[in-house]
Write a protein that binds this ligand. Structure first.
Ligand SMILES: N[C@@H](CCC(=O)N[C@@H](CS)C(=O)NCC(=O)O)C(=O)O
Length: 207
């Protein structure tokens, strides 16, 4: 199994966590977003969208972090990344989508670059854009999480929701976003990072 990876990519970080939780070994192939390697002919051949991560497995290539993790979940069901109860499972998936579909794409590198390089916005305006969408998304997530007091988003074990929340918080700090209004998110993040599967997937420990 080969993961086209980049240390600070939040989407790749999700996959690294899931691979670690399932104790799967893989080869990490760095695609440097700083050096625009995602647009190299070699990588476009792997993923024409020019986005990481991609997982090369069994002669195929899976793109989209959530599709990769769902594949891993089907092939390697233990430990489960979703609650068993169907309603809780759908809630957990919705939680992951809150982050992966409604927050992350608005603040992705290519979007931020387009704001400054093409549309002429300043760095300050770029940051304001980033913070705006993060605040919208995080406010809703914090309300959901404040309804419970479990160590992880959906109980006593980490799930897909935690797999998505931890990288997004890492990214928020990178862009100097004040996390004071989100104590439940930060508490859950700390619980996750106490686990080796999360800690070992962190950008500091990655390629
Ligand atoms: N929905 C995709 C998003 C992938 C994505 O946007 N990856 C970012 C890094 S987190 C990327 O490769 N960005 C490169 C760019 O914007 O040029 C997924 O979940 O895999």
């Amino acid at each position: 199994m080969r993961l086209y990876d980049y240390m600070r990519s939040t989407a790749a970080y999700r996959v690294r966590i899931a691979l670690n939780l399932k104790q799967l070994t893989y080869q990490s192939l760095p695609v440097s977003l700083v050096h625009d390697a995602q647009h190299s002919a070699e990588y476009i051949n792997v993923n024409p969208a020019g986005l990481v991560p991609s997982l090369q497995i069994g002669g195929g290539v899976i793109t989209q972090s959530l599709a990769i993790i769902e594949y891993l979940e089907e092939q390697y069901p233990e430990p489960a990344l979703y609650p068993a109860d169907p309603i809780r499972k759908a809630e957990c998936r919705a939680f992951a989508l809150d982050i992966a579909c409604d927050i992350h794409p608005l603040n992705n590198l290519r979007v931020l670059k387009h704001l400054t390089s093409t549309l002429g916005h300043s760095e300050r305006e770029k940051l304001a854009w980033y913070h705006h969408w993060l605040k919208e998304g995080f406010t809703a997530i914090e309300i959901k999480l404040a309804q419970g007091d479990s160590p992880f988003c959906f109980g006593s074990e980490p799930t897909m929701a935690d797999v998505c929340i931890v990288p997004q918080l890492f990214n928020a700090r990178r862009f100097e976003f004040d996390l004071t209004p989100y104590p439940r998110m930060v508490e859950i993040e700390q619980n996750c990072l106490a686990l080796a599967a999360f800690a070992n997937a962190s950008p500091e420990k990655s390629v």
